[in-house]
Design a protein around this ligand. Structure first.
Ligand code: NAD
Length: 352
């Protein structure tokens, strides 16, 4: 099978591979769609086993960004960059400037920002050579900066809508919530859940992050192997993708699932598995859209934190619309969300 015969690789507008002999940088930028506007999505720096794995990741994540940006109501398409790391030659400042030049060479079709493995300081270096970058420290009161707290805000509000819909609960008070991964987003989500009166069970593979959340929120600790299967009302995956799969879903006890992690469903079929088990799944790219809302308002300029907050406040309503439609049509929530996103993109693509 050739690259473009694989259905997974179809539907993207372009894929760009970059290599720089001087810094050793190898980067891939996938542009899934520019129908709604420039393709926006973060840059992930990761140690991939091979270039094919990195390419697959970039393509999958770029498509996800098209859906996420469409459902967040943003005038942006979907794209993603990945930088392949090599422990033998760690990145230098020049590596990030070189990456910025690659981004710049696309003339604004792709806008970059932070993702896993990339810091605000890295993006400052990118900004030295291209304007097509966001996720930079904002001026006081302006939109932008680290997207993680905004992502956590959207997830918290989305979970409130989900428990209202499924459990009839008016708040998170006394609800039991399992949070997988208490990093940047997971920790901030725990802070909000704790303040709202929820009882927390947490897990992480990073002891420092785990101890911090336990100390600050009195959370109970469980092993990474058990966190998905706790006796809780809500499960919030905030670590990795593909955690909801044929093996895990039959053992999940939560009534509601919603969290920050991208690509939580291993396959589309897993959305159906959750639906058949009557577990309410908040589609990941809808509930975790707070970060990209912040990034995009920063990029547009002249926007404030209040604008960001106002747009994030729309996430719970969007989710409730998906939940209602899912019940009406008896179709899993992930399929409803995909159809909605595809309709938004198709309408934009049909504009002359
Ligand atoms: P992070 O790296 O700060 O936190 C992830 C945490 O998960 C870390 O503490 C890590 O140790 C932990 N972890 C890794 N493997 C684990 C396992 N097997 N079990 C339990 N914990 C494990 O990342 P983040 O920025 O908080 O993002 C979390 C997730 O949300 C990622 O999947 C990311 O792609 C996604 N996301 C983040 C944002 C954002 O604004 N940061 C926006 C949208 C989506």
């Amino acid at each position: 099978m050739t690259f473009f015969e694989n259905p997974e690789n179809r539907g993207h507008e372009s894929i760009h591979q970059f290599c720089d002999a001087q810094t050793g940088l190898i980067a891939i930028i996938a542009i899934h769609s520019t129908a709604l506007g420039p393709a926006a999505g973060g840059c992930r720096m990761w140690r991939y086993d091979c270039e094919a794995d990195a390419t697959r990741d970039a393509l999958r994540l770029a498509r996800g960004m098209t859906y996420k940006n469409a459902m967040a109501g943003l005038p942006l398409g979907g794209g993603k960059a990945v930088i392949l790391t090599d422990p033998a030659s760690p990145p230098t400042d020049e590596t990030f400037r070189t990456f910025g030049r690659f981004v710049d060479s696309l003339g604004g079709r792709y806008i970059t920002a932070e993702d896993v493995g990339i810091s605000v300081d890295n993006m400052r270096l990118v900004q030295q050579v291209t304007p097509f970058v966001a996720g930079l420290p904002p001026a006081e009161g302006s939109a932008g900066g680290d997207p993680s707290p905004w992502t956590a805000d959207g997830v918290f509000l989305g979970l409130c809508a989900a428990v209202k819909h499924r459990l009839g609960a008016d708040s998170m008070d006394k609800l039991r919530v399992a949070v997988q991964g208490v990093g940047k987003v997971g920790y901030d989500l725990c802070r909000q859940l704790h303040a709202a009166g929820a009882t927390l069970v947490i897990s992480d593979v990073n002891d420092k992050n785990l101890e911090r959340a336990q100390a600050d929120f009195g959370a109970r600790l469980v092993t990474p192997e058990n966190i998905l299967f706790e006796e809780v009302d809500v499960l919030a995956p905030c670590a990795l993708g593909a955690v909801l799969n044929a093996d895990s879903i039959p053992r999940i006890k939560a009534a509601v699932i919603g969290g920050a992690a991208n690509n939580q469903l291993a396959t589309e079929e897993d959305g159906k598995r959750l639906f058949e088990r009557n577990i309410l799944y908040a589609p990941d790219y809808v509930i975790n859209g707070g970060g990209i809302i912040s990034v995009s308002l920063e990029y547009m300029g002249d926007k404030t934190e209040a604008d960001t907050r106002a747009q994030i406040a729309l996430i719970p309503g969007r989710l409730t619309g998906i939940f209602v439609e899912s019940e009406k049509q008896q179709i899993p929530t992930n399929e409803i969300a995909d159809s909605m996103a595809e309709a938004i993109v198709a309408a934009a693509a049909a504009q002359p």
